[in-house]
Design a protein. Structure first.
Length: 200
């Protein structure tokens, strides 16, 4: 018996509208519950331990899923996290527009990885996880061009989903994108669908 993606509502432990939209576009109904996890604290601790960017992304996704899962027993809870890996340097979300510009200047003309991890938890425990990676090559721009680009992005989008959104103006920043575009947008949906369709 296939898992009914339309009848069995899962909980999305993320405030990301893009992730919610990806799930619903694929006929997976979800309820959104903000995980309220201190991502920066976890990230800094893991960086200090010298773990890989993939492990950092996975741990953050797991932390979000299990925290919300403790509140919703017997429900499937999906947590997700995406990070930018530039030559093994983790690029965090900007806190202001000055930081956003500095991030774009770092990525300018270079290739980087976008790593997205997902975890599904039940009764407070992780029962499945998956990590996918895309490679993006940013074109070379003048600083004025980058400032103009940022002026077109509203604060909510800029601070919630990092400095580019390939589903909108951000696509024009790149000369190439290798990998699943849903992964770049923060949710490797094909892996999720395959898992959900095989658990029952």
């Amino acid at each position: 018996m296939k898992y009914s993606l339309t009848e069995n509502k899962i909980i999305l432990a993320s405030k990301s509208k893009v992730r919610k939209d990806i799930l619903e576009k694929n006929n997976i109904k979800c309820k959104v519950v903000a995980p309220n996890v201190d991502e920066e604290k976890i990230k800094k601790s893991l960086i200090k331990e010298g773990v890989s960017p993939e492990i950092i992304s996975k741990n953050l996704a797991e932390a979000k899923a299990t925290k919300v899962s403790n509140l919703y027993q017997e429900k499937l809870v999906l947590g997700a996290d995406s990070i930018i890996d530039l030559d093994n340097e983790i690029i965090s979300k900007p806190q202001n527009r000055e930081e956003a510009l500095e991030i774009l200047k770092k990525l300018n003309g270079k290739e980087h990885f976008l790593i997205s991890s997902v975890t599904i938890a039940k009764n407070g425990c992780m029962i499945w996880n998956y990590t996918d990676k895309a490679i993006l090559k940013m074109k070379k721009f003048s600083e004025d061009h980058l400032k103009t680009y940022l002026s077109k992005i509203n604060d909510n989008a800029l601070f919630s989903y990092n400095v580019y959104q390939i589903e909108r103006e951000g696509r024009a920043l790149f000369s190439s994108i290798e990998g699943d575009e849903d992964t770049v947008m923060g949710l490797p949906i094909q892996g999720i669908k395959k898992y959900l369709n095989n658990i029952l």
